[in-house]
Design a protein around this ligand. Structure first.
Ligand code: PLP
Length: 217
């Protein structure tokens, strides 16, 4: 019941235009089913193998989001079913997703990850790289990927002023880049510790794990 109650409480806090990705990485199928029973249909995983195992075992109306750093050689395993890839951080990766999507006659929705945090461990494009990508003929030629928006992770810190600044910067970038990409609709920012700030700064999609499913080991 805890998962159900957590979900209910969090959903009540989200404005109607903000989508909830329930981040279920490392959690057993039973936990996902409890969330599913409470009406949750979008789940986020950060490992392709784990996501694929869960996809095979769980109801087929679940939308699977890949939120982790993605290796190109793993794209083929999730290409038949993945609904949204959040962490796309290179043209090379986009090209591989495009190639695998084509094999399944699909168009795979993607978010470009932007590096907004102080730490250099977080992957992603910077502003100049995104602007260049939008104009790149190789990018424009890709028919089987649909770049729907941006994704970012704030610095891991208790300093909420800094987190707010980083999210605000990402939202500004989102608005500035949208016309170059022919419109962007999804801004994925906010996790358990910072989703309220992210929503206040313009997030349209939050990725929440531990506040729903409890701490991970
Ligand atoms: C694990 C993870 C989350 C969820 O983190 P919580 O703090 O448990 O809510 C969100 N986004 C990404 C990219 C993650 O890897």
């Amino acid at each position: 019941m805890t998962i159900k109650n957590n979900l209910k409480r969090i959903k009540a806090e989200l404005p109607p235009h903000v989508e909830l990705v329930a981040v279920s990485k490392t959690k057993p199928k039973e936990d996902l089913l409890e969330a599913y029973g409470a009406g949750q249909r979008i789940f986020g995983e950060n490992k392709v193998q784990e996501m694929t195992r869960k996809w095979e075992a769980l109801p087929k109306d679940i939308e699977w989001h890949m939120i982790g750093h993605l290796q190109r050689n793993k794209v083929k395993y999730m290409a038949p079913f993945v609904a949204l890839v959040h962490g796309v951080d290179s043209l090379k990766l986009l090209k591989e997703i495009n190639k695998q999507a084509q094999k399944h006659q699909r168009v795979i929705s993607c978010l470009l990850q932007v590096h907004i945090a102080e730490e250099d461990t977080k992957f992603g494009f910077d502003e100049a790289e995104l602007a260049a990508l939008a104009d790149d003929p190789e990018f424009k030629a890709l028919q089987h990927v649909n770049v729907k928006g941006l994704m970012g992770m704030a610095t891991f810190t208790d300093n909420m002023d800094q987190v707010r600044r980083e999210f605000r910067g990402l939202k500004q970038l989102f608005d500035a880049l949208a016309p170059k990409f022919g419109g962007l609709e999804t801004l994925s920012m906010g996790m358990s510790g910072d989703y309220a700030v992210a929503i206040a700064e313009g997030s349209t999609m939050v990725r929440i794990g531990s506040s729903i499913f409890g701490a991970r080991n």
